[in-house]
Design a protein around this ligand. Structure first.
Ligand SMILES: C[S@@+](CC[C@H](N)C(=O)[O-])C[C@H]1O[C@@H](n2cnc3c(N)ncnc32)[C@H](O)[C@@H]1O
Length: 315
């Protein structure tokens, strides 16, 4: 397979450049003494910026490989940074354990980091032939290979439909079933071969890209975690608190957009026409600048949405 490189010799794990950082800081205005949850610590780029602004940060990541980086930042920031391994959907428990009743901000920078993507052994990328793992938390019970062998064709089509059109997702599901019947579906390269056979394409985006993304989303139940996290964040936010979510694909962005709209308060006091107390007073969306995309092409598809929870006087 020409497009696959050997995993050997890959030592350059590029550091993760925080996406839409300038926009986040300018709009959400994290301030001295505020309590923020960074639910997706990763390489700690956003967390470091919050700390530099004087915030106290409760950082969460379900990938234990984030812990050493957190330990490094703790050397500088001491008890202003606390790291909790786990799922951001459980942020309420993490906040309670830290003794926090409420927070001033919650940041979720969804997906995986460059470090995870560029680590051949994790099986997130089809640039190398490696076991199809894709778990963010390696202690989770099910790998991508397990999922591809457990699901029937209909459920496989549902899995791929998160990132592809229905006809394409059915074709991908059929290709997976055929490959596993031949006993050839264990590595990233096997999946690329199966999909390449199913969908020869001259298009710019590699045919495997969307299939790999859908599989990763399913292995890590990324949409389920997001759906549990959004209401948890809203409940935790103090009046005037900010919920900031950076997403990289449309299913996630759609869920965030609908959540913010659903919990939006229109007007204030007597003019308020809908919504329960404690919703968002306003919301905004931000895209990366041309300059950021040129510097960091992975930011291309990023969307930042921020919701500002009502202040007490707006209730
Ligand atoms: C895009 S990276 C975040 C990068 C980070 N903002 C930075 O500046 O370095 C996403 C991180 O979130 C973690 N992650 C994704 N989903 C998660 C979840 N449901 N719970 C906890 N961590 C999650 C991934 O393991 C990854 O480290």
């Amino acid at each position: 397979m020409r497009e696959l490189q050997s995993a050997k010799g890959v030592t350059d794990r590029r550091q993760h450049e925080p996406v839409l950082l300038r926009e986040l800081l300018a709009a959400a205005e994290p301030a001295e003494g505020e309590r923020w949850i960074d639910g997706t610590f990763g390489f700690g780029g956003h967390a470091a910026a919050l700390l530099e602004r004087g915030c106290v940060v409760l950082a969460i990541d379900r990938d234990p490989s984030a812990a050493p980086r957190a330990a490094l930042l703790q050397e500088t920031w001491r008890d202003r940074l606390r790291f909790v391994p786990g799922n951001f959907a459980d942020m309420a428990e993490a906040a309670r354990a830290a003794g926090w009743q409420s927070v001033d901000g919650v940041l979720l920078d969804l997906g995986i980091s460059s470090g995870q993507l560029d680590d051949p052994s994790r099986g997130f990328s089809f640039r190398w032939d490696a076991p199809l793992d894709m778990r963010m938390d390696p202690s989770d019970p099910r790998t991508a290979v397990d999922l591809l062998h457990e699901l029937d064709e209909l459920d496989l089509a549902r899995l791929f439909a998160v990132t592809t059109r229905p006809a394409e997702s059915r074709r991908l599901a059929r290709a997976v079933v055929r490959a596993r019947e031949r006993g050839r579906l264990r590595t990233t390269g096997d999946l690329v071969a199966a999909i390449g056979a199913a969908r020869p394409s001259r298009r710019r985006v590699h045919p495997a890209t969307r299939a790999f993304l859908a599989l990763r989303i399913a292995v890590n139940d990324e949409l389920g975690s997001l759906e549990r996290a959004l209401p948890a964040a809203l409940r935790l936010l103090a009046p005037g608190g900010r919920l900031a979510v950076i997403s990289f694909q449309s299913e996630e962005d759609r869920r965030v957009k609908h959540f913010l709209r659903e919990h939006r308060q229109r007007g204030s006091g007597a003019e308020k026409i809908s919504g329960a107390p404690g919703g968002f007073a306003r919301e905004a969306r931000f895209l990366p600048s041309g300059e950021e995309i040129a510097r960091n092409p992975r930011s291309r598809s990023a969307r930042l949405r921020i919701g500002w929870k009502e202040r007490t006087e707006e209730l």
